[in-house]
Design a protein around this ligand. Structure first.
Ligand SMILES: [Zn+2]
Length: 118
């Protein structure tokens, strides 16, 4: 996803929408299913809840991971805000660090030769 206009530092850009799922086995099972296709749609809010962007998600789910991102997320109650971590120029790709808990299985493509997995 790319910035259609310049975005000032700390601005709330979009909320990460998706079905609110109680974090029992359901979250892990859904995540495993999507990861098979290389997709990361399940956003862990806390120990009790996750959001599944494959159900009722918005364009926020297309924001890619990067190890040196220009956005970060902030969780307010059960809302996940994607915010600018610095001033972003028009046309820049928006990225944030997924901070995935647990097994990281997808090679990171944030830059050529990134050694990390997401
Ligand atoms: Zn990376």
């Amino acid at each position: 996803m790319f910035a259609a206009e310049a975005i000032p530092k700390n601005k709330r850009i979009i909320d990460y929408a998706g079905a609110l799922i109680r974090n029992d086995e359901a979250c892990a099972a859904r995540e495993d299913e999507y990861l098979k296709d290389g997709c990361v749609w399940v956003f862990q809010i806390n120990r009790a809840w996750c959001r599944d962007a494959a159900v009722g998600g918005n364009v926020a789910r297309f924001i890619n991971h990067a190890c040196s991102p220009n956005c970060y997320f902030e969780i307010v109650d059960k809302t996940i805000w994607i915010r600018a971590s610095r001033n972003i120029r028009r046309g820049e790709e928006l990225t944030y660090d997924y901070h995935i808990i647990g097994e990281r299985t997808i090679p990171c493509r944030c830059c050529p030769g990134c050694p990390n997995k997401i």
